[in-house]
Design a binder for this molecule. Structure first.
Ligand code: 5GP
Length: 188
């Protein structure tokens, strides 16, 4: 059944194809392999948005020594008016990150509040190192100085859905990334 939101997704521009995403995943996997030179990594995927990216990155890392865990957060962005946002931990790690090289895997870094919260949280637990990667980056929205160590694709200034990214919990399963057409847009 089609509703207004389905229409806005269907008419929104396709921003990144499955091929664009696959190429970005391969690039990041190659950089990670080169940088860590065989040291075991603990990949920490950030639920739910990074679930497909973490899965594909895991697969691209192939036989690399890897353990995998997930963490879940809620980001409450209180708008684009500078009034700030809050991040809350919904699900903690199952595996103790102490003494491990941590690679945090995020779907998108927007204002940077979520990444800053997670980096601070993980660094306080005695890991050997913490680095981060993000499939998508909106550098122009950043409200702090955090940056992912590995970035897949620079995102346009639009609300994106697909490949793990949702709108009201929907559309995560679209295999590419689309732009949600703004409501009451005059664009045909
Ligand atoms: P930040 O704390 O960097 O502002 O927010 C990061 C989180 O905001 C992401 O993990 C994601 O859940 C959400 N987010 C930011 N931009 C987008 C977007 O274009 N589409 C979707 N679906 N979520 C976004």
């Amino acid at each position: 059944m089609t509703n207004a939101i389905d229409g806005r997704v269907a008419s929104g521009k396709q921003v990144f194809t499955e091929g664009d995403i696959a190429a970005a995943v391969v690039r990041i996997a190659a950089a990670v392999r080169a940088d860590y030179a065989g040291e075991e990594l603990m990949m920490v995927g950030v639920l739910k948005g990074a679930v497909l990216f973490a899965g594909d990155l895991m697969r691209a890392l192939g036989d690399y020594p890897l353990i995998v865990d997930f963490i879940a957060v809620n980001s409450y962005n209180t708008g684009r008016d500078g009034s700030g946002g809050q991040v809350r931990l919904l699900k903690d790690l199952d595996i103790d990150p102490a003494g491990r090289h941590i690679l945090l895997v995020e779907d998108i870094v927007d204002e940077g509040l979520t990444l800053e919260y997670l980096l601070t949280n993980l660094r306080s637990r005695g890991p050997l190192s913490v680095r981060s990667c993000a499939l998508l980056n909106k550098a122009y929205h950043r409200k702090n100085s955090v940056a992912a160590d590995y970035v897949g694709l620079e995102a346009p200034d639009a609300f994106l859905v697909g490949y793990g990214l949702d709108f009201q919990e929907r559309f995560r399963n679209i295999p590419h990334i689309r732009q949600l057409q703004p409501a009451r847009s005059s664009v045909p």
